[in-house]
Design a protein around this ligand. Structure first.
Ligand SMILES: Nc1nc2c(ncn2[C@@H]2O[C@H](COP(=O)(O)OP(=O)(O)O)[C@@H](O)[C@H]2O)c(=O)[nH]1
Ligand SMILES: [Mg+2]
Length: 324
């Protein structure tokens, strides 16, 4: 039994569909801080989603992810695709530069409704990073973006969760950084569909290229879906290798679709979305109950007796709140 979409969201959605980018920004903010009400908006959007290719770009900080994505946006755009980017920043002061970079790049596309870039960070998200990231993917997909690129360093549970929603994983490495298989064992680095040796304008690039190619041939790294990972030399800064990467992105998408693996991925991402949403709604109800019952809890919390009974009583109250 689907709930109907509250009128304020209907109005907002109409503006988004008319190409109002500020309205789109507002809609995404509702989803990032998801609650009981905006979850209905998410459901509404998710029902229209399931067509986009989600592309995860991962690699250590400084590998050149943002620079490469900037180039890829232009290339994919020239092929007629609408492109959205979700950049996940691990909330460190070091990454504020990257955030600023995103804003600058955004200006380049400020008037192009076919490109939208959104940064989210661990800080200040009521619903948590995984849920926010997955909600953004559903939203961009529903709104007709063909390619959704996720930028993340790919370590930590939330980032791995979000990368697991990607159809195509691009692992970015640079000369000197990937000459040790251990370097590729962090997070999602070992399950790449495409390995890019970025900064190939540097002399040591061939060695890294050979190293990664060898690891792929031996089967040490790769997605394990029957797709043999591709290894590409690129220089994001010079714009070299970008067309080849875009070609492989298209090729991988065709491959996934021919095997029905694109739909499998959407199913898996929805399963995770539902679980995270349930957890989130329950936690919110619990917080509400705690607040409402603050006085009672104050009185009883000194006694350690029947802790479990009291916790269950609170949990039951939270469940009742959710049902309302
Ligand atoms: N030499 C060289 N430098 C690059 C290349 N791509 C990116 N960089 C530089 O590497 C630094 C980190 O790039 P950035 O895209 O922010 O990396 P991210 O942290 O992975 O997003 C910046 O100073 C870029 O200008 C490249 O192909 N060659
Ligand atoms: Mg970056």
């Amino acid at each position: 039994m689907a709930e109907s979409l509250p009128e304020k969201y209907q109005r907002l959605l109409k503006r988004v569909e008319d190409g109002d980018l500020r309205a789109l920004g507002r809609l995404l903010t509702y989803l990032e801080n998801i609650d009981r009400e905006s979850a209905i908006l998410l459901e509404h959007l998710a029902r229209r989603a399931g067509r986009a290719q989600v592309i995860g770009v991962t690699g250590i900080p400084g590998a050149g992810k943002s620079t490469l994505i900037g180039r890829l946006i232009r290339e994919l755009r020239s092929r007629g695709y609408k492109v959205a980017v979700v950049a996940i920043d691990p909330s460190s002061p070091l990454t504020s530069g990257a955030l600023m970079g995103d804003r600058l790049r955004m200006q380049e596309y400020a008037t192009d409704p076919g490109v939208f870039i959104r940064s989210i960070s661990t800080r200040g998200l009521k619903g948590g990073l995984s849920l926010a990231g997955l909600a953004l993917v559903e939203a961009f997909d529903a709104l007709g973006f063909d390619k959704i690129i996720i930028e993340t360093v790919g370590v930590g549970q939330a980032e791995v969760d979000i990368m697991n929603a990607a159809h195509t994983i691009i692992v970015l490495t640079m000369p000197g950084a990937g000459d040790d298989i251990q370097a590729l064992k962090a997070g999602v680095m070992e399950i790449g569909d495409i390995y890019v040796i970025n900064k190939s304008d540097k002399p040591e690039a061939s060695k890294t290229y050979e190293y990664i190619t060898f690891a792929v041939e031996k089967g040490d790294i790769g997605p394990g879906t029957g797709w043999i990972p591709r290894v590409v030399k690129a220089s994001a800064i010079m714009g070299a290798g970008i067309k080849e990467i875009a070609d492989i992105i298209d090729e991988h998408w065709k491959y996934l679709r021919s095997k029905g693996l694109d739909k499998e991925k959407v199913k898996a991402r929805r399963r995770l979305l539902i679980a995270l949403l349930a957890e989130n709604l329950l936690r919110r109800s619990l917080e509400k109950s705690l607040e409402e019952r603050k006085d009672e809890l104050e009185k009883i919390s000194e006694e350690a007796e029947d802790l479990v009974g009291k916790a269950l009583w609170l949990a039951r109250h939270a469940c009742d709140t959710i049902r309302q």
